[in-house]
Design a protein around this ligand. Structure first.
Ligand code: NAD
Length: 258
């Protein structure tokens, strides 16, 4: 049985009720996990208020700002986990960012700064959070990140984010190789296209979703809850032999040739 009772799980990347991280948080909660939620703060505190209201029914025992471009916030997040929880079992890395200008048009025109930002937020952050989580995962653990098919195929307009996701999937393998001796598993879920704040920045996202609905074996795309179910599985003992993998949760689209 899928049971995460007694597991401490940190979930990053909830912005609203469309976020994939929100689907994951709900399913981890349902499986019994104790949740800590981080959010990306803004100057007016709007995001903090919005996310706090959304996650309240899941009774998170930690609720912290964590901008992955801010080393102090990352340090403080993991210090708080150490003080309040003592240890960590699950880390959900469910965030990404690229400038909207870099998510349409010619990939060859990506600026150095745009490339750096996309890779810093979307790829390096997994390495940094995993490194901070490692000493707290004293009884082993599970780290799950979110990728997309654009990591391995040239998807129109995905551009620099495809490069970031390719780096993310390679990082999953290197982290899995390093952390396996501490019984920490690291996997990625490659989700099918879902309408969210982040995906709305990708040029032609609706066309992409409609294409998947026509072509995927299941003739639809997936929901945040379906991704959440896969994440809960990967975080559970049912997946104890799985690490370093990319699991496609995409209604089967990835297998199709045309
Ligand atoms: N929506 C899709 O079609 C799809 C498909 C496959 C993979 N993904 C991936 O799923 C993950 C979640 O995206 P989503 O689609 O749920 O969109 P979303 O907009 O709901 O989530 C993206 C999150 O990233 C956070 N974020 C951005 N910059 C940050 C920073 N500097 N520090 C901390 N957090 C930051 C945002 O606050 C937001 O919560 C991303 O990695 C995305 O690439 C999405």
């Amino acid at each position: 049985m899928l049971d995460l009772t007694g597991k401490n799980a940190l979930v990053t990347g909830i912005a609203n009720n469309r976020s994939i991280a929100w689907g994951i948080a709900q399913q981890l909660h349902k499986a019994g996990a104790n949740l800590g939620i981080t959010y990306l703060s803004d100057e007016k505190g709007k995001m903090e208020k919005k996310v706090a209201e959304l996650v309240e029914p899941l009774n998170p025992t930690l609720f912290l700002p964590c901008n992955v471009q801010n080393d102090d916030e990352i340090k403080s997040t993991f210090e708080t986990i150490h003080q309040k929880w003592g240890s960590l079992d699950i880390l959900i890395h469910c965030l990404a960012f690229a400038n909207k200008d870099d998510l349409s048009g010619d990939f060859s025109q990506t600026s150095r700064e745009g490339f750096r930002t996309a890779l810093d937020v979307s790829t390096y952050s997994l390495v940094q959070l995993a490194g901070a989580a490692k000493p707290l995962m004293t009884a082993g653990g599970s780290i799950v990140t979110l990728s997309y098919l654009g990591a391995v195929r040239a998807v129109p307009n995905y551009n620099v984010m495809g490069v970031a996701k390719a780096g993310l999937e390679a990082s999953v393998r290197y982290l899995a190789a390093e952390l396996g001796s501490a019984n920490i598993r690291v996997n990625a879920i490659s989700a099918g296209p879902i309408r969210t704040l982040a995906s709305s920045a990708v040029g032609g996202i609706l066309d992409m979703i409609h294409h998947v609905e026509k072509v995927a074996p299941l003739r639809r795309t997936v929901t945040q809850i379906e991704v959440g179910n896969a994440a809960a599985f990967l975080c559970s003992d049912l997946a104890s032999g799985i690490t370093g993998q990319v699991l496609y949760v995409d209604a089967g689209y990835e297998i199709m040739g045309m």
